[in-house]
Ligand binder design. Structure first.
Ligand SMILES: [Zn+2]
Length: 401
């Protein structure tokens, strides 16, 4: 599949300089990927939506051309509830120390757009001695000021012009969910006005995921940004790019931005724009995208066959991790439920059922001790899961999908 998008032709949301070209029909995916259900029947009745990926030949931005915003409930829980994992908590705490070290966060007014349940903002405020306001449509805790200095609000951030003043903008795993990512970033730049605002924006790094199996291709992800696409959209939205990097073993990409006037890109003393290696990154990503459709469908077949074979051999294969990547693997590779169990460390998921395939989620300590194969979808958690398996007395091979 590699053809112009025809009647749905759409200019690139990131650079605006080319039309998006369809390159992979991923198929129908669960829409409520971050949810779990009290009954198996309700879980299996959860809706699906079509994903057709299109790429920009100019900046390597990728978008689901079949995305329909009306199908997604913004107040539905997202895939951000990872704080039950010590690996993720450690990553976030390290990131906060790093941000406080590098950015003018101390004593500042922080705005977090898409704060999930507020864990990150509260810790940032406590560590930096700053105040913060966080918005998230899925926020389910108490609203109002918190002793940490953070104030959390349930609901989308008022991007239409009524945001409180901010010096530091943080946004993590929000940009890829919005239907109009350019308006999202433009509005935040406009509302910064002429204040010197710095921003730290994180997304799943499409430079990793679309170059591998594509387990982060989920319906709520409208956009897929690698570094060249992320910088293109930030600059077009009026921000100045001051830096970028990959963290969390390359799964997460961040870009740092400034509202300071001047060239779109940070320059050195001689006025030379910061070299971010964007052309090379774009070319590498476009090359990876050319192989995506075949690779993605090959990996789906491979894991379906692997799970069936392990089940036939009596290895009692299980999936550890019922987050969005896990739900994808189940959708793609275990629709017939050959897995012996699906476990997760998040107690809120125990005894609940996952969308579309209807797998039940159980606590890790419920695993039969003779499980011989444990499938994981995020290699970052391998050490943490290996330790837990040892503690449970389970000797199993860990297979990273
Ligand atoms: Zn583009």
């Amino acid at each position: 599949m590699d053809k112009p998008t025809g009647p749905t032709e759409r200019p690139c949301d990131a650079c605006g300089a080319a039309a998006l070209v369809a390159f992979s029909e991923v198929g129908d995916l669960p829409i409520e990927t971050g949810r779990h259900f009290a009954s198996e029947a309700r879980a299996m009745a959860s809706p699906v939506g079509r994903v057709v990926l299109g790429r920009c030949p100019r900046c390597a931005y990728v978008r689901n051309l079949a995305f329909e915003a009306t199908l997604v409930d913004p107040a539905a829980p997202t895939d951000m509830n990872l704080y039950h994992s010590p690996t993720f908590r450690r990553f976030c705490s390290g990131l906060i120390v790093d941000l406080v070290d590098r950015l003018p966060v101390r004593g500042a007014r922080v705005l977090e757009v898409g704060c999930a349940q507020g864990e990150f903002l509260k810790e940032l405020c406590a560590v930096a001695g700053c105040t913060g306001i966080g918005y998230d449509a899925s926020y389910a805790g108490p609203e109002g000021p918190d002793p940490s200095g953070a104030e959390l609000r349930a609901g989308p951030a008022p991007l239409d012009g009524n945001l409180p003043p901010y010096d530091v903008l943080v946004s993590r795993f929000a940009l890829e969910h919005v239907d109009d990512p350019l308006s999202f970033l433009s509005s935040l730049r406009r509302q910064a006005g002429d204040r010197p605002v710095v921003a730290h924006v994180q997304v799943p790094d499409a430079g990793y995921d679309l170059a591998t199996a594509g387990w982060e291709v989920i319906y709520p992800h409208v956009s897929y940004f690698n570094v060249s696409a992320l910088c293109a959209i930030a600059e077009r939205a009026g921000w100045r790019v001051t830096g970028t990097g990959a963290v969390f073993s390359g799964l997460i990409r961040y870009v740092e931005l400034s509202s300071a006037p001047g060239a779109a890109r940070e320059t050195d003393d001689l006025g030379t724009p910061l070299d971010l290696g964007l052309d090379a990154a774009r070319d590498a990503q476009l090359a990876a995208l050319r192989g995506f459709d075949a690779r993605h469908h090959r990996m789906r077949r491979h894991w379906a066959e692997t799970i069936s074979r392990l089940a036939d051999e009596g290895a009692k294969p299980v999936l550890w991790g019922a987050g969005s990547r896990g739900v994808q693997l189940l959708t793609f590779a275990d629709p017939k439920r050959r897995l012996t169990a699906v476990v997760d460390v998040n107690p809120a998921k125990w005894g609940r059922f996952l969308p579309v395939t209807g797998h039940r989620v159980d606590p890790p300590d419920s695993l039969p001790r003779d499980v011989r194969a444990v499938v994981i979808t995020n290699p970052v958690y391998r050490a943490e899961i290996a330790r837990s398996l040892r503690d449970l007395g389970i000797t199993a091979e860990i297979l990273a999908a």
